[in-house]
Design a protein around this ligand. Structure first.
Ligand code: 13P
Length: 267
């Protein structure tokens, strides 16, 4: 959990991936808006594009931040199927996830494209959650830190220390996503230190010390507190367990700085 520097506020985000129609997503957002006391924690939900408007409406008046899962690096034009930063911003999106492993590994996004997306997000005055993480084969080959360092250098290569204030890094080991396998706290801790060291080398120690680094990969209500107890884990990027109000609220409540609003009966 963030400590050592006041600027690292705990940041817990739900990535709803390709789940829920706009009606279903609005219902979940409304439940979260009613029941989740964000307390001292920054909380974001990232619904599918088609649900952004409905979720924005449902979250009006709530402190929960609206996020998007992806974006085009282009500003406008003949890009069939793409959505621009300006379109997201107009819906009230404040944060965009870029470089998620499903985008990298299933949809073939390379480091250069992720870097262009990140630059587009920052240029639009939005914030980014930059996802990095190694595959199981890369970890077993002893290359985990090198892979993550390469992803960071490629994406953040042109960022100033000021730009970095709008960036959160999410360490999501690919082998832990949707598998029920979580990185050990020691592994997450070590990689988060490595992330901060790479960023320190690029933009200076002060910027790196203020960088919020989330962990993602099979985060559940019963492992969130342990992960957040690490001084290096400043937040969580949650997939499956963010799809029910009950489990997401319990995860947010795992952060000592967040009071639980109710006892979360059912969902
Ligand atoms: P799970 O929490 O379902 O493993 O997904 C993690 C993730 O990819 C969040 O972006």
């Amino acid at each position: 959990m963030s400590n050592g520097t006041d600027s690292r506020k705990t940041f817990i985000a739900g990535n709803w991936k390709m789940h829920y129609t706009h009606t279903e997503a609005a219902a979940l957002a409304a439940r979260l808006g009613e029941r989740l006391d964000t307390g001292g924690v920054r909380v974001m939900v990232a619904p599918p594009f088609t649900a952004l408007q409905a979720v924005a409406d449902a979250l009006r008046g709530s402190a929960i931040v609206l996020g998007a899962q992806n974006v085009s690096p282009e500003a406008s034009g003949a890009h069939t199927g793409e959505v621009s930063c300006a379109m997201l911003a107009a819906l009230g999106v404040r944060v965009v996830i870029v470089g998620h492993s499903e985008r990298r590994h299933v949809y073939g996004e390379d480091d250069a494209l992720v870097a262009r997306k990140l630059q587009a997000v920052l240029a639009a005055g939005l914030e980014a959650v930059l996802c990095v993480g190694e595959t199981l084969a890369e970890r077993e080959a002893g290359a985990a830190e090198a892979v993550v360092a390469r992803q960071l250098r490629a994406a953040l290569g042109t960022c100033s220390a000021a730009d970095l204030r709008a960036v959160t890094v999410a360490y999501e080991p690919v082998w832990a996503i949707g598998t029920g396998r979580t990185a050990s706290v020691a592994d997450a801790d070590a990689m988060h230190r490595a992330v901060r060291a790479v960023v320190a080398g690029m933009t200076g120690a002060a910027a790196a010390a203020g960088l919020v680094v989330q962990y993602g990969g099979s985060v559940k209500p019963d492992n969130a507190a342990e992960l957040l107890a690490s001084p290096e884990v400043d937040g969580l990027l949650v997939g499956g367990a963010s799809l029910q109000a009950d489990s997401f609220i319990r995860i947010v409540a795992s952060s000592a700085s967040s009071p639980l609003v109710d006892s979360c009966p059912g969902n």
